[in-house]
Design a protein around this ligand. Structure first.
Ligand code: ZN
Ligand code: ZN
Length: 923
């Protein structure tokens, strides 16, 4: 038989085979639908993993949820596009290659820009695809034909176009600005890439002499080395302590430079002395104050955070070395007047841990206010829904407090800013292609700005650039706005917010194909410029003890190792079954082990089914799936001829309704748990057991009844596999294909229809009757256990049915009760039995298990005699040891203690056995 499954369920082999098949057959590739298409569309953009990435639990968790939703839509007849790709990850990738260079004793500047970038592409070619290959093992049903890389030529072209348009619209400007600077990476990093740490630091008090008087003004600082770049002292205008000093100057210690005393809000009278130093080139607040008072900006450090020529005698020193020297000199010269312990929060580069230095540098900025206003509106108006709702509030708060976005990075790997500086007049020309001459003076001496764009710039454009923008394409008309975005909280701002800003700006006026939009359920939405209709923020995966996974703690769970042990299906099921919205999950392998057992249970049920399926005439086999992706369906060709048929069909329809409902609102855990309970409990434990005797094709049996029973089993199994498929795609494909002996009506179960509930198949009476029957069987099983009936022994029972209809139901299902509860005879009685040993009463029936333990006295006596001999032998031995003084002197106390305790036990056992023998009057 071609569809005979191997005896043992081995997920490894099955999963690789189907993953390869899906890709080879291009099952999830979506050609551009032509005009006139009226099917609904579902589009989902995969948050592009970094090209440097390795699959971790967070990815697997996100992608499992995405794949479930994607497969579910595909099976419901949507044109379903899941777009995969990777991000060039500027800083992360550059670091990776720089680390390799360090091993060769080189830095990137030794290679030069061109060679270095070639090295990065080389690296990408060899190692860049790792994470996508890992995704293939998960069974992610993405369209591999549309795979993109953010540095691809067409996407880079779109990036340049966006930059130039924003520039032409006046939304991009260049400015000196205090940025967070990582001295290790030698680049500006965004606020969001700085992680703050509370540390015990110091606050130093320094006094500055007032010029032309004996007075001093004392200020406090946590970074004394920056005083070398001070250009003013600020006091508050309302602070009467300093009124007499307004307009005067102080002498900057160590530098012997006169600087003004200014009045500014920067100085708060209630804080410290009420006076503060102003260092515009090294502090963001001072920078703003400096602009208000037109103060000079003196930079005293270079890009490596070493002091520069503006730092006088300290030039060349590292910032922390300079701090020591400055403090020593201040002390020596009598300017240092205090040192206090002080708790402060220091910012570190998220990637390399270096302490970030605020640095004045020339950067490119996006004027964010106009973009943010529309992005805020899109969420406030409900054009974009954010789930769970608390993230919506966080998003809106953030949009209200957003700063201009510094988009330039001093890296080599990335999209280079399309701007050229004139060597003659310093004018900067921004253009789509390299200009031949300066836009101002016509000189040909042009050099491209060295900076590249923040990685989030290009990934923020993906919803439309992956669909062919800036051209107007049919793909955009169909697939934009994308339907859903599933992502983690940590990139809500980095990525999600920027996609909304860019989408609303660049796709303004865009209209989705009206027929498709209507079919997809978005007819009431007006704004088609948004990048997606809905955002679902999923939670985190923690370890079994609810700790965040981290390399430092060493509690990182590698999903690929879990997959190797339990299979992808079981791992996916674990993640789904725990994925309650808004709750972090504590990943525990024992759960995965349990779900592997679940897969095994399904496997064995399938093997049982296949022992009979050959005998079903073709006309009775499942045919419904041949419709392929239609709006249909529940269980096709099911004939309800017995109580268990009516019941299982009803249960199935209820579960189907619940699962579809749960998936609509991302309650993955509910969907998974409902399917689990149905498949394991209702289907395998009950239905399969109940119909077994009906599958009798032997001579003399009712073959047509057997045909119907078997067809029911196959049809229901087929539908249940389709129900489970989005969560466990591999085992369901394997068994489903086997049902059709390798000639299925469709290429894959992934293209078959997802079950939909049919109210007409809900049978309340059937469910109630079945509940009573199950209760009776379980009651008898429990009573047998209480009475310690040997498993193989059949027992007679007495039943009192409280109503004639219940009695007749029990009579109808007598065979089932006899088999499933190991009952030899059912006697109906007309009185209550509930208060006797071995009996149980319920509202519908009372039942009594008739059993008296019979034993073979002679054999039991023989057994007890042997037992007694054994005990007494050990006891004698024990006594001998405990009576041996030499032994007692040498043996460890623990051993002696153990022997004594054992002696007590043996004495008790001896007594018990003797009394049992007496009871039975053994000789
Ligand atoms: Zn860094
Ligand atoms: Zn010029």
């Amino acid at each position: 038989m071609p569809h005979e499954l191997p005896k043992a369920y081995e997920p490894g082999a099955i999963e690789t085979r189907w993953a390869d098949y899906w890709i080879k057959e291009k099952l999830f590739s979506v050609p551009t639908p032509p005009p006139g298409e009226t099917r609904p569309v579902f589009t989902l953009l995969l948050p592009p993993p970094n090209v440097t990435g390795q699959l971790h639990m967070g990815h697997m968790f996100g992608q499992t949820q995405m794949d479930i939703i994607v497969r579910w839509h595909r099976m419901r007849g949507f044109i379903t596009l899941w777009l995969p790709g990777t991000d060039h990850a500027g800083i992360a990738t550059q670091m990776m290659v720089e680390r390799d260079l360090v091993k060769e004793g080189l830095k990137r500047r030794d290679l030069g820009r061109k060679k270095f970038i070639e090295r990065v592409w080389d690296w990408k070619k060899h190692y860049g695809g790792a994470i996508l290959n890992q995704m293939k093992r998960l069974g992610a049903s993405v369209d591999w034909d549309r795979e993109y890389f953010t540095m691809d030529e067409d996407l880079s072209h779109a990036v340049r176009e966006v930059f130039v348009r924003l520039y032409e619209e006046g939304l991009i400007y260049r400015g000196h600005y205090i940025v967070n600077w990582c001295p290790w990476h030698e680049t500006a990093i965004s606020d969001l890439e700085v992680k703050h740490e509370d540390v015990a630091g110091k606050l130093w008090e320094i006094r500055y002499p007032v010029v032309g008087s004996d007075e001093f003004i004392t200020v406090a600082t946590t970074r004394p080395e920056t005083m070398l770049g001070d250009t003013a002292i600020a006091v508050n205008a309302k602070d009467e302590r300093y009124t007499h000093l307004h307009g005067k100057k102080v002498m900057l210690p160590l530098m012997n430079r006169e600087i003004p005393i200014i009045t500014d809000e920067l100085a708060q009278p209630e804080f410290g002395t009420g006076a503060v130093k102003v260092t515009p080139a090294h502090d963001p607040n001072d920078f703003e104050a400096g602009k208000r008072h037109h103060l000079p900006q003196i930079t005293v450090m270079d890009e490596h955070a070493h002091m520069n020529q503006n730092a006088g005698v300290y030039a060349g020193l590292d910032r922390f070395e300079a701090r020591k020297r400055v403090l020593a000199d201040l002390q020596e010269q009598g300017f240092l007047v205090g040192e206090k312990d002080y708790a402060l929060s220091i910012g570190k580069c998220e990637r390399c841990g270096t302490i970030v230095e605020p640095r004045l540098s020339e950067q490119w900025f996006i004027k964010i206010a106009p973009l943010a206003a529309r992005a805020k509106e899109a969420v406030e108006s409900g054009e974009i829904t954010i789930v769970p709702d608390n993230h919506r509030t966080i998003y809106l708060n953030w949009m209200n407090n957003i700063h201009d976005w510094c988009v330039s990075r001093q890296l080599w790997w990335g999209h280079r800013i399309p701007a050229w500086t004139c060597g003659k007049c310093k004018h900067v020309t921004v253009a789509r292609e390299a200009p031949l001459t300066c836009g101002k003076c016509g000189s040909t001496d042009l050099e491209q700005v060295p900076d590249v764009l923040d990685t989030w710039f290009s990934s923020g454009l993906l919803p439309f650039t992956t669909l062919g923008w800036p051209d107007k394409t049919r793909d955009q008309a169909v697939f934009y706005p994308t339907t859903l975005l599933i992502t983690a909280y940590e990139i809500l701002f980095f990525w999600v917010a920027r996609m909304i800003m860019f989408g609303c700006h660049f796709m303004q006026g865009h209209q989705q194909d009206p027929a498709i939009k209507k079919a997809s359920g978005w007819a009431d939405k007006k704004n088609d410029s948004v990048p997606f209709r809905e955002v679902y923020i999923h939670s985190l995966v923690r370890d079994a003890e609810r700790q965040k996974m981290s390399k430092v703690k060493g509690n990182v769970i590698n999903p690929l190792e879990v997959i190797d042990r339990f299979g992808t299906d079981a791992t996916r099921f674990t993640l789904a079954a725990m994925a309650a919205p808004g709750t972090d999950i504590a990943f525990n392998e024992s759960r995965t082990e349990g779900y592997r057992a679940f897969a095994n249970k399904i496997w064995n049920a399938a093997r049982f089914m296949f022992m009979n399926v050959d005998r079903v005439e073709p006309g009775l086999r499942p045919a419904g799936t041949a419709e392929g992706g239609g709006p249909h369906m529940g269980v096709a060709g099911f004939q309800t001829s017995a109580l268990e048929d009516r019941w299982i069909l009803s249960r199935f329809n209820r579960v189907v309704a619940d699962v579809n409902d749960a998936l609509k609102t991302y309650r993955f855990h509910e969907a998974a748990n409902r399917i689990y309970d149905f498949f394991w409990g209702d289907f395998c434990d009950w239905y399969l057991e109940l119909i077994k005797p009906r599958l009798n094709f032997e001579d003399g049996a009712d073959k047509s009844a057997a045909q119907i029973a078997c067809a029911n089993l196959v049809n229901l199994f087929d539908a249940s596999l389709r129900l489970l498929h989005p969560v466990m795609p591999f085992i369901t494909e394997e068994i489903w294909q086997a049902i059709y002996e390798g000639k299925p009506p469709l290429q894959s179960i992934a293209l078959a229809a997802y079950p939909q509930s049919d109210e007409k198949q809900i049978d309340l009476a059937g469910e109630t009757e079945m509940a009573i029957l199950q209760d009776l069987i379980v009651s008898v099983r429990n009573l047998r256990a209480e009475l310690k009936v040997e498993p193989k022994v059949k027992v007679p029972i007495e039943v009192f049915a409280h109503e004639p209809s219940i009695r007749s139901m029990i009579e109808h299902n007598q065979g089932a009760i006899e088999r499933l509860a190991n009952v030899e005879k059912i006697a109906f009685v007309e009185n209550l039995l509930a208060n006797r040993p071995g009996a149980r009463g319920t509202a519908r029936f009372d039942v009594h298990v008739i059993y008296e333990r019979k034993i073979d006295v002679a054999a039991e006596c023989e057994r007890l005699k042997k037992e007694l001999e054994k005990i007494e032998k050990e006891l004698a031995n024990n006594d001998k040891q405990l009576g041996n003084d030499q032994f007692l002197a040498k043996a460890p106390a623990k051993v002696i203690e153990g022997l004594r305790a054992r002696r007590q036990e043996l004495l008790v056992l001896q007594e018990k056995t003797k009394s049992k023998m007496k009871e039975l009057s053994c000789k």
